[in-house]
Design a protein around this ligand. Structure first.
Ligand SMILES: Cc1ncc(COP(=O)(O)O)c(C=O)c1O
Length: 402
């Protein structure tokens, strides 16, 4: 008798992370010797700074290899609190901080901690790929809030106001944004904070790119702008992007003590503490010299300027100038309906496949972020690779004819 392994409805409904899937496909082709220009990765190409690695090596040598407190070691929580004070003038006690295995796990724990079935979570589109899945895994209901590239993907406050119901539990903000690089204006954030206080919902602010901003403002977040709303705000951050530490898997959360306690309880029954050695490394990252961070930021700015210049020179592309993070999100939909090598391109998935197969450029289709007109390219890679990628993109698009 044949046996179908029983899998939960939850996992059967779950889509794997599309960004990781494309990155894996690109890496597999590369391993086979195909000359791929990989602009799909969501991670800095830089190595983790040396003093951070040294702290980890020291932690191993010192035998700091055992379980730690579930929500993180006290000295790291203190360093995180000091960073919040320094960056945002926000005061948090150690009981208001939790350290986790990456910002992703923080978001997962928070969703599990605050959502009951049917609770609504508002997610502005385009969104980071994992937000809807994380909400749905907690049996929340996602409500998408569209935004307009002609308005720099600003929050549509009128629409937001009209979406609020008695079931609205939270909104997830991500500024600077992955995938658009947009940064929300202070005025708009202040309006959202006022709405949250008036309508009793939670603001989850994912600040993972807050140190990578090109507009000489910030870092800032909604709680730093509206201190009266701090009780409604859950701040998510981490070291993956700022310190080129994606593989170390440390993220953290600051917020009201009740949610920190609840999210830590989830963590205690799922993963226990985040990696002990990585926690020591992050302590060195947050308290040590920041010059490598500034160097990386300078490189991202240079690359952003270059890639924008190249995109703007390609006919039929429009692209909002990013104000932070390390992605561009060009609208390629004017090429939809056109053909190359007998293949017609009608959506972002077909565009991503065409670019990968015919031109060997890996980018992420906009549909993964909720908008099929776009493609996301990461410029967290060497300038020479970006240059080759843009050369190939120009040729690939010029080969598309009606
Ligand atoms: C917007 C956003 N939030 C959170 C994360 C999660 O980062 P990590 O789990 O590596 O801390 C990412 C990573 O791609 C991201 O782009």
């Amino acid at each position: 008798m044949s046996w179908t392994f029983p899998l939960s409805e939850r996992v059967r409904n779950l889509k794997p992370s599309p960004t990781l899937a494309i990155d894996t496909k690109a890496k597999t082709l590369k391993a086979k010797g195909v000359d791929i220009i990989n602009l799909s990765a969501g991670e800095p190409d830089f190595d983790t700074p040396e003093h951070i690695k040294e702290a980890a090596i020291k932690a191993i040598r010192d035998g700091f290899t055992k379980y730690t407190p579930v929500g993180g070691i006290p000295e790291l929580k203190e360093a995180i609190a000091a960073k919040f004070e320094q960056d945002y003038k926000l005061t948090y006690r150690p009981e208001q901080i939790m350290v986790s295995t990456g910002g992703k796990q923080v978001l997962y724990n928070v969703a599990q901690a605050i959502l009951d079935p049917g609770d609504e979570v508002i997610i502005p589109v385009p969104y980071w790929v994992s937000y809807p899945a994380i909400v749905e895994l907690a049996e929340g209901t996602v409500r998408f809030l569209p935004s307009d590239p002609d308005k720099d993907f600003a929050l549509d406050l009128a629409e937001l106001g009209s979406m609020l119901t008695s079931k609205t539990r939270a909104i997830i903000l991500n500024s600077p944004s992955n995938p658009t690089g947009a940064v929300y204006s202070r005025e708009d954030l202040m309006t959202v904070a006022a709405l949250a206080v008036e309508h009793n919902f939670v603001i989850i602010t994912d600040d993972i790119y807050d140190q990578i901003r090109f507009d000489n403002k910030g870092p800032e977040n909604i709680a730093s702008l509206v201190p009266e709303a701090q009780d409604h705000v859950i701040v998510v951050n981490g070291v993956s992007k700022t310190y080129a530490m994606t593989g170390w898997r440390i993220g953290y959360l600051a917020g009201p003590q009740a949610v920190v306690k609840a999210a830590t309880k989830i963590q205690s029954q799922s993963t226990s503490n985040p990696n002990s050695i990585a926690q020591k490394a992050v302590l060195a990252a947050l308290t040590g010299p920041q010059d490598e961070v500034l160097k990386m930021k300078k490189a991202f700015l240079e690359r952003k300027n270059y890639i924008m210049e190249r995109l703007e020179a390609i006919p039929g592309i429009s692209c909002v100038k990013p104000k932070g993070a390390f992605y561009v999100f060009p609208d390629l939909s004017s090429y939809y309906g056109k053909k190359a090598f007998g293949k017609e391109i009608n959506n972002s998935l077909e565009m991503a496949d065409y670019l990968l197969e015919e031109s060997r450029i890996a980018g992420v289709p906009g549909i993964a972020f909720g908008d099929d007109r776009f493609m996301r390219f990461s410029y967290a890679t060497d300038l020479s690779i970006i240059q080759e990628g843009m050369d190939r993109l120009r040729v690939a698009l010029s080969n598309l004819n009606s």
